[in-house]
Design a protein around this ligand. Structure first.
Ligand code: VGL
Ligand code: ZN
Length: 209
């Protein structure tokens, strides 16, 4: 079975959001178009409590971009984003959701961030995504979403480590660090074993598989 993972396609990560990813909105048409070619579609949702330790606002004197130690691991500080039950945490208005079978919420523990859709950043607690995919006998995951250099990257690396065959749709992701960071991230992931595909090639890859 092949699954499509929609990573954090949420309002706060779109242009105008509190942690905007440049051109983040441009991925949505491609993400919508390819969904029908997958057996299963799963979405992750960054879902932070107000007092989350990754927010610069919770560390007096600190600014977004500063690095701190959070419960023993290095943490980059971000602007407040994707706070539970706020509009910024909602999925993008134009995102097709009717094929999404499962939503995995992450980043709920104030003391540890969770970039990957599979595990928190300390690799201690699983989100339930791996268990869900295993139950459905998924062996291939294709990843799209935001941000390429943060949550998409960590999700792809964990997926490889867990033994999935992993593809990334190049035109359906963008980096919070911009275009050059996007190219660097894609190169790194390709070298590590992630297959790079375009949304226009998905139909032929998976149709009738
Ligand atoms: C993300 C930074 C902080 C992401 C989430 O979804 O890529 N980035 N939280
Ligand atoms: Zn976050």
């Amino acid at each position: 079975m092949n699954a499509l993972l929609l990573i954090d396609i949420q309002k706060d990560f779109l242009p105008g959001g509190s942690l905007e990813v440049p051109e983040g909105d441009r991925i949505i048409p491609a993400v919508n178009e390819i969904q029908e070619y997958f057996d299963i579609v799963v979405a992750t949702q960054d879902w932070h409590p107000e007092d989350h330790g990754s927010f610069a606002s919770n560390h007096p004197g600190k600014q977004p971009g500063d690095r701190i130690e959070l419960d023993g691991v290095e943490q980059i500080l971000w602007p407040d984003h994707c706070i539970q039950e706020t509009e910024g945490a909602d999925f993008a208005d134009d995102l097709k959701m009717d094929r999404v079978e499962k939503i995995i919420r992450k980043g709920t523990d104030p003391l540890v961030d969770s970039y990957s859709g599979f595990y928190d950043n300390q690799h201690k607690r699983a989100t339930g995504l791996h268990e869900y995919l295993r139950e459905k006998e998924v062996d291939t995951v294709t990843i799209v979403g935001l941000a390429a250099d943060v949550c998409v990257r960590y999700t792809a690396l964990d997926a490889l480590e867990l033994g999935y065959k992993v593809f990334l749709v190049r035109n359906a992701t963008r980096a919070v660090g911009g275009g050059e960071v996007l190219e660097d991230t894609l190169r790194e992931l390709r070298e590590k074993g992630v297959g790079m595909v375009e949304s226009s090639g998905i139909k032929d890859m998976f149709n009738g598989s």
